[in-house]
Design a protein around this ligand. Structure first.
Ligand SMILES: [Cu+2]
Length: 191
C-alpha cells in the first residue's frame, strides 16, 4: 500500500506542477474540449474502474477468508475474547483456560475468535494476521483468523476506548500443532 500510494502521490504532484508551469498558450476551444473529454474517459472512468477491479479481485477472496463460514475440515477452534478497559480476557471454551492479554493459537489452521466487550467499544487488531473487527458490548462478532507460520504477533486495540487505549496491547503466540497441544496440556494442568 505504501508503494502504491507513494506512486499515486508522485503522479498527482507531477500533474500539479505541470498544470502550474505550462504556458496558457493558444488552444482552440475544440481542442480543449477534446482534451477534457480524454481526461474524463481515461482518468475518470478507465482508471478507477480498472484499479477497483484489481483491488476487488484481491480483496473479495481475502475478505471471504475472514468470514466464519463452515469448513469442510469440520469444527473450527473457538476462542472467546472479551475486551475490558483496558485489557483482554481470553477464554478457551473447549479446554476451560483463561488468559489475560495473550492468545496462544495453533499455526496453519483457521480459528474463530468470538469478540465482545464488557464495557465500551474496542477493536481487535493483529496487523500481521490481517483483519480488524469491532468489539461491541452486548454483541458478539466472529473473526476468522489464520496464522501461516509459528511466531509471535503483536495486537493492539484499534478503537479509541479511553485514557489507556494506547496501552491496550496483547500478544498472539502461534505454535506448531504439536507445540500447541503441549501448551494446552501444560495450561490445563496448571489450572
Ligand atoms: Cu482501545
Amino acid at each position: 500500500m505504501l508503494g502504491w500510494f507513494s506512486l499515486v502521490l508522485v503522479a498527482v504532484i507531477m500533474l500539479w506542477l505541470y498544470a502550474i508551469r505550462r504556458s496558457p498558450g493558444a488552444t482552440s476551444e475544440a481542442r480543449a474540449r477534446q482534451v477534457q473529454k480524454r481526461w474524463i474517459i481515461w482518468g475518470g472512468l478507465v482508471l478507477p474502474i480498472t484499479s477497483m477491479a484489481v483491488i476487488l479481485a484481491f480483496g473479495i477472496p481475502a475478505g471471504h477468508r475472514m468470514l466464519p463460514l463452515p469448513l469442510d475440515e469440520g469444527e473450527v477452534l473457538r476462542i472467546n475474547v472479551t475486551a475490558h478497559q483496558w485489557w483482554w480476557e481470553v477464554y478457551y471454551p473447549e479446554s476451560d483456560i483463561t488468559l489475560k492479554d495473550e492468545l496462544h493459537i495453533p499455526a496453519g489452521v483457521p480459528l474463530d475468535l468470538h469478540l465482545t466487550s464488557a464495557d465500551v467499544i474496542h477493536s481487535f487488531w493483529v496487523p500481521r494476521l490481517g483483519g480488524k473487527l469491532d468489539m461491541l458490548p452486548g454483541r458478539t462478532n466472529v473473526l476468522r483468523l489464520h496464522a501461516d507460520e509459528p511466531g509471535t504477533y503483536r495486537g493492539q486495540c484499534a478503537e479509541f476506548c479511553g485514557t489507556q487505549h494506547a496501552h491496550m496491547k496483547f500478544t498472539v503466540t502461534a505454535h506448531s500443532p504439536e507445540d500447541y497441544q503441549t501448551w494446552l496440556r501444560q495450561e490445563a494442568s496448571d489450572e
